[in-house]
Design a binder for this molecule. Structure first.
Ligand code: ATP
Ligand code: MG
Length: 428
């Protein structure tokens, strides 16, 4: 039950002065996030609801491939990082405690998870494993930017697979490809899975999940049936320069800006060897564990959705991510029949399991409509004097700003809930 009168949704008419990216501007203006320092952001209640929608989708798909959720610390001893050779990375925050022990703030969790697996996995019978968590990452990014697209602290869902050999790793990798594909599809984002460089993680192969959007810092090369990171594409022997661009065979390659929302890696034994994660096979021979690592950023999913679907009036959430299904705008002062009608619709929908944000503030319709379009809930229902007179609740579908089918104000309770539910199912 959410009444705007009591809810912390500090909307703004103007974006922050330093904001360039659409998602930065709109997420601040819509009251979803607020900045505390460079690359340090707070998720306000409505923003956190969206973040947690992405988290919920990720969790369901990870559990569906047999992932086991756990939680590892952010504050860690430096020693495993020294052993993996990553202690010197500039992005890694280093600190020491009062006794002088060297510590780090984890920028990812390969060291931690491999440390545990080295202790608890003994034999081939203990494998395979998929372990994952949602945890804060700390990164001393050289250039935090664009609101929550690149922050110094963010939540990642990172998953790690452990197998006895390369064939096992390939199998676990394919399971993650399936899970991550489904996650991206369910969010409603436009995305591409592209081959990528292995980069600082080292390893045997990798893919990135890229969401095209103007604020993206990566470039992807696209042709029918082909999508790759630009650097990878340019190393492809079938790609050649033509005129002012590139072509793959006969097909011109188009280049699009995109933001990386997920990244999956075949690590092999890159971490298991230095950190001593091994197992005994059937003959008692000690062998290194084969690992994969898989990361996805809910904050980037949220920001990319803002970037991809916003219009000049504000955000337009895909329904899978929307903070609320319905933004109910009540017009009319307390004690009027229209106010009573709005209150009753709010109650009926809420009791019917529809997630409603009810604008019950003492503000003018113009201000209420502007805030509703800025926040971007998929359905806006308006109950004012007009609705009372006509017997019909006015419906606006946020995507495209089209008028939806009017809903009966005085019909049966379950009828109204069913109608809203049906309309909801038809939305993108
Ligand atoms: P980038 O190349 O954009 O810096 P990365 O390759 O360093 O990202 P990974 O280490 O692969 O990122 O992390 C996995 C996921 O975590 C990314 O796909 C992204 O969704 C998220 N992520 C990474 N860095 C940030 C950041 N600074 N702010 C918000 N999310 C991030
Ligand atoms: Mg990456």
């Amino acid at each position: 039950m959410t009444r705007l009168r009591e809810y912390l949704l500090p909307t703004e008419k103007q974006p922050p002065a330093d904001a360039e990216a659409i998602s930065h501007k709109l997420m601040v203006r819509a009251g979803l996030i607020r900045q505390m320092g460079a690359g340090m952001w707070t998720w306000l209640p409505a923003g956190w609801r969206v973040h947690e929608r992405a988290v919920g989708i990720i969790r369901e798909e990870m559990n569906a491939i047999g992932g086991q959720e756990m939680l590892m610390p952010v504050l860690q001893p430096a020693e495993p990082w020294r052993r993996s050779g990553r202690l010197e990375i500039d992005e890694l925050f280093k600190l020491s405690d009062r006794k002088g022990s060297e510590l780090v703030l984890a920028m990812t969790h390969e060291e931690a998870v491999t440390f545990h697996v080295a202790q608890v996995v003994r034999s081939y019978r203990d494998l395979p494993l998929i372990l994952y968590h949602f945890q804060i990452k700390e990164r001393d990014e050289p250039r935090p930017r664009a609101g929550v697209l690149r922050t110094r602290e963010f939540i990642m869902e990172d998953s790690y697979s452990f197998d006895r050999d390369q064939a096992g790793l390939e199998e676990r990798y394919e399971l993650h490809v399936g899970a991550y594909d489904r996650i991206m599809q369910r969010t409603g984002l436009r995305f591409y899975r592209v081959e990528s460089d292995v980069g600082m993680m080292g390893g045997l192969g990798a893919h990135e999940y890229m969401a095209p959007c103007p604020a993206g810092e990566d470039q992807i090369a696209l042709a029918p049936g082909y999508a790759a990171n630009v650097e990878v594409a340019l190393r492809n022997p079938d790609v050649r320069r033509v005129g002012d661009g590139y072509a793959l065979g006969d097909e011109p390659l188009s280049i699009e800006q995109a933001i990386e929302v997920g990244n999956i890696f075949k690590l092999g034994t890159r971490y298991s060897e230095p950190l001593g994660a091994s197992y005994l096979d059937e003959t008692g021979t000690e062998l290194p564990v084969w690992m994969g690592s898989y990361g996805i950023g809910p904050a980037r999913i949220v920001a990319a959705a803002v970037e991809q679907f916003a219009d000049e009036h504000g955000i337009s959430w895909p329904r899978a991510l929307a903070p609320f299904a319905v933004h109910l705008v009540g017009i009319g002062n307390a004690g009027t029949p229209e106010n009573e009608a709005a209150e009753s619709i709010y109650e009926v929908l809420s009791e019917g399991g529809v997630e409603v944000l009810y604008d019950d503030r003492e503000a003018g319709p113009g201000e209420k409509f502007a805030d509703a379009e800025l926040l971007g809930c998929p359905l806006r229902l308006t109950v004012g004097r007009r609705a009372v007179e006509s017997g019909e609740i006015e419906v606006q579908i946020r995507r495209g700003r089209q008028a939806g089918p009017g809903l009966p104000l005085e019909g049966g309770r379950s009828e109204l809930v069913r109608a809203v539910h049906e309309l909801w199912q038809s939305l993108p």
